[in-house]
Ligand binder design. Structure first.
Ligand code: ATR
Length: 278
């Protein structure tokens, strides 16, 4: 039998990445003859390392921190999602071409709509943060046609910049504000800030969580983060749903897998395998 087609995730550090587990499950379930490994990226030597990996026969890669911007620069062909996010999380190598995608935003929206049974159409959606994570998610959220899309950020100018970018793309009722000036309640509240890294919650008022809302922490495997604890405190009716980004991780992987292999894998098995109780 021929040797398996080679894929990998590159980042630094990389030992924590769950992507090899997910892609191994997908490959087994769909009968694809492939191997997916972890590669520790060389700081300051990313482009040369990719040249070497491609020369050795690598077919495609996922890209994680801190290389998403360098992968953007390295690409020869970028999707609209990659252009809008300004960052790349998946690469496909076709002869001399380097095709680049960003599946994080669509993965997040797919997770919310499919796995958390929350159709976004007509809903009030609040995105917290205005860094790379929210930037990549903005257009997929807008395409899902919520009634209202609000981006709130500590530094309001960054939120305004993102929303202005969206205005040019499509007609959706989108607003930018600071946490202090945030008004109203929302059916879906997504934390895309990195506040959890500092063991903090973004300073969002508890009134922002509508009864029965979905509180979504984009980070994965960090338990009840300060943001999710805030959502719990806000939960007067007892029906706020707190979830983390395990489904986003698996859904973006499924999109990359389909892009590389032309087969769409089921995601539920990988999600249940990787879910850590909150
Ligand atoms: P990423 O690529 O993970 O999105 P980033 O681009 O550095 O990372 O963006 C981090 C986001 O988290 C920003 O929106 C940042 O707010 P500022 O734009 O005001 O810096 C937000 N953030 C980080 N720490 C925060 C905290 N303690 N409270 C609220 N927001 C925080």
């Amino acid at each position: 039998m021929s040797s398996p087609d080679q894929y990998a995730v590159i980042g630094n550090p990389i030992a924590q990445s769950k992507s090899p587990i997910i892609h191994a499950l997908f490959a087994k379930a769909t009968g694809q003859h492939m191997e997916y490994t972890r590669v520790e990226g060389r700081i300051g030597g990313f482009a040369q390392q990719l040249d070497e990996l491609r020369a050795a026969g690598m077919r495609g890669m996922n890209v994680t921190a801190p290389f998403k911007l360098e992968a953007f620069a390295y690409a020869t062909h970028r999707s609209q999602a990659a252009e809008l996010a300004g960052a790349v999380n998946a690469l496909k190598f076709i002869s001399n071409e380097v095709h680049a995608e960003n599946f994080d935003g669509v993965g997040l929206v797919n997770d919310i709509q499919r796995n958390h049974a929350t159709l976004l159409r007509g809903k009030r959606v609040l995105l917290l943060g205005a860094g790379g994570a929210v930037r990549g998610a903005l257009l997929p959220f807008a395409k899902a046609e919520p009634a209202l899309l609000v981006v709130a950020n500590r530094t309001v100018a960054k939120a305004q910049e993102l929303v202005a970018m969206l205005d040019k793309q499509m007609a959706v009722s989108a607003k930018a504000c600071s946490f202090e000036t945030l008004e109203g309640e929302f059916d879906v509240v997504v934390n895309g800030t990195s506040a959890a890294l500092f063991d903090q919650a973004p300073a969002v008022p508890v009134s922002a969580f509508a009864p029965g809302c979905l509180a979504y922490e984009m980070a994965y495997g960090k338990g009840m983060t300060p943001f999710l604890q805030l959502a719990r405190q806000a939960d007067k009716s007892g029906d706020v749903r707190c979830v983390d980004g395990v489904g986003m991780l698996v859904e973006q992987a499924a999109l990359a897998f389909e892009w590389w292999r032309g087969v769409r894998p089921e995601t539920l098995e990988a999600i249940s395998e990787l879910t850590v109780p909150l």
